[in-house]
Design a protein around this ligand. Structure first.
Ligand SMILES: C[S@@+](CC[C@H](N)C(=O)[O-])C[C@H]1O[C@@H](n2cnc3c(N)ncnc32)[C@H](O)[C@@H]1O
Length: 369
């Protein structure tokens, strides 16, 4: 599709971005978006903001590209599995029009507040489900909902990372928390206070790809034997003390990988994603599109493999003369490669640095939710 035609379809302005995006200010660059940030990006510079600013807003990442792959049409039904600040949802809602429906999911009560503001303005039918997206999608499947579009914008929102008292950021001194759903019992404080050394090391290794996982876990256990680790800065100090000086700032902030790992563990992010991808796929009608924006390789690998498996046909051994499996592709990849932010987006929003978008279109009418 030509850029001009696409521009007119999505109402993009002269800077190549939808007008709604032009009104949004930049996200503050804290490194809140998880994963390996673009080399040289300022994604890990501390962000300065006074107090717990619950009005922080989230700049939607790869928004133009997401609209391009989803191609929302008036009257369609879309599921936003990670509503956040509603940046993507707002763009979708405008295109679904008065006859369309947007179902929004988020486990964060702050997202529910933001939803109420959007629902008051939007012309399409809107519904919010406050739950983990795996549970919400299961519920929608039980209701028999069918959708044309479903998408995930994974990880945490700028609202979450910039609300310092929620303890997501190593840049702010705050209680160790990191819960997206503040009513769930498990917090980062709980993990740091009570999980055994091996389990903490495993989390840091598996979810943070932290080379010094064992030393950090050992330092945590040693320190908590003297006094509980209750704040982000106490944890940052403990992590830094366990990393050899030359390696301390080699890959960005020394606590970056450990904070990512703890956040993933607290919120069971990968378990939720593994459950939710097939559920979201199962809700799509034939021709529907599922898209995922991920921010680190642990998420992106899951989305990529899920789509690759759906898009693959015959799985018979190559030495069989004829196909006996009868397997047909159930999906077509919307793009063969992942879509990454443009130079303009990287410049405007350094937090988009590690984002990757993948999407697949459903080729069959099967119901497998
Ligand atoms: C990156 S933000 C989404 C931002 C949104 N697309 C926007 O434009 O404002 C991710 C959101 O997903 C939510 N989230 C993450 N994992 C979730 C899960 N398993 N279930 C429900 N919500 C989840 C977070 O609470 C957060 O608000």
């Amino acid at each position: 599709m030509s850029t001009t035609l696409l521009d007119s379809l999505i109402g993009r302005g002269s800077d190549g971005r939808p007008p709604e995006l032009a009104r949004r200010r930049r996200g503050s660059g804290d490194g809140g978006r998880s994963g390996s940030a673009r080399r040289g990006a300022r994604a890990h510079a501390p962000s300065v903001r006074d107090g717990g600013d619950t009005r922080a807003s989230h700049t939607p990442v790869l928004a133009v590209e997401l609209l391009e792959v989803l191609e929302p049409q008036p009257g369609q039904t879309a599921i936003d599995c990670t509503f956040g600040d509603g940046g993507h949802a707002r763009l979708l809602a405008e295109r679904l029009g008065a006859t369309g429906t947007l179902v929004a999911i988020d486990r964060d009560p702050l997202a529910e507040e933001r939803f109420a503001a959007l629902a008051a303005e939007a012309s399409c039918s809107m519904r919010f489900i406050r739950a983990g997206y795996a549970e919400a999608l299961e519920m929608l499947a039980g209701e028999g909902l069918r959708a044309d579009i479903a998408y995930f914008d994974l990880g945490m929102s700028s609202m979450q990372v910039d609300t310092r008292e929620r303890g997501f950021s190593y840049s702010y001194d705050a209680p160790l928390d990191m819960r997206m759903d503040p009513s769930q019992p498990l917090s980062a404080r709980e993990i740091v206070a009570s999980w055994d050394e091996r389990r903490i090391a495993q989390v840091l290794r598996d979810y943070g790809e932290e080379r010094h996982a064992g030393a950090i876990a050992h330092a945590v256990v040693r320190r908590r034997a003297q006094a509980p680790i209750e704040t982000t800065h106490e944890l940052v100090e403990t992590i830094s003390s366990a990393i050899p000086a030359p390696a301390r700032f080699a890959g960005g902030h020394p606590a970056k990988r450990s904070f990512q790992a703890l956040r993933i563990a607290v919120n069971d992010e990968l378990g939720q994603l593994d459950r939710a991808l097939p559920l979201a796929w199962g809700l799509l009608r034939e021709g529907g599109v599922l898209a995922g924006i991920s921010f680190h390789s642990l998420e992106d690998r899951r989305v990529k493999r899920f789509f690759a498996d759906l898009a693959s046909g015959c799985i018979c051994p190559p030495d069989l003369p004829v196909c006996v499996c009868g397997r047909e592709p159930r999906a077509a990849l919307v793009r063969r490669r992942s879509i990454v932010p443009s130079a303009a987006e990287l410049e405007e929003n350094p937090r988009s640095g590690s984002a990757r978008l993948r999407a697949a279109r459903k080729l069959t009418a099967e119901e497998d939710a």
